[in-house]
Design a protein around this ligand. Sequence first.
Ligand code: HPA
Length: 245
Amino acid sequence: MSVAIIGGTGLTSLRNLEITHREVVNTPYGEPSGPVTHGLLEGHQVMFLARHGYGHTIPPHRVNYRANLWALRNLGVDRLIAVAAVGGIAEEMPPGALAIPDQIIDYTWGRHHTLFEDDLTHVTHIDFSHPYEPALRRELLQGAERGSIPVMPAGTYGATQGPRLETAAEIRRLRRDGCDMVGMTGMPEAALARELDIRYAAVAVCANWAAGLGGDSISMDDIDQTLKAAMEQVRHLLAEVIPAL
Ligand code: HPA
């Protein structure tokens, strides 16, 4: 069985990935975000998919999460590391910080949230008490420790619909709800992975203070700059973790 990485904003390619080939996968749910890239990371086989497309043109609410996850499962993926940019809400999540979240609150709507809705012989309810797979989270935390990469070791990811950023009041509400970070792509990705029996964990990369927490507005230029630097840390973390899996 194989390992895959889904890269988000700021990580449409993995520079330390030696690409062997790309594979187009057709799925019953339509087209994935792009061909799946096969390659070697630190000498270990891994697959890579850019969530927003390799040209970064698919907004969060239009990502075909079902096709992406189904395609990876069909290629034999049983462990998936998702990289996702977030806005920081908790004090421990300033721009540039990394986190390995352990919980999710889902505020998204109107997305295809399940693979289990048509032609069913019985209704399926997955257990989602712990949305990120504990053993894979541990691997990420141990990799961070080995590589001396500071990470927030747990936290609640609030998944918003986007593509707009949140209002300051929405972020105050998310904070009251217990969210430590906010992003737009964590769901339904995590739930679909569970439905497909793929062990799934995420590396959240803080691009900015969430709305209202770090000044009067959020600058896309600042986000791009922050992500560029922080993704170096992510590449470093993946290089520690992948060989250990
Ligand atoms: N909100 C939601 N998603 C994000 C943010 C944010 O502030 N920054 C990066 N992804």
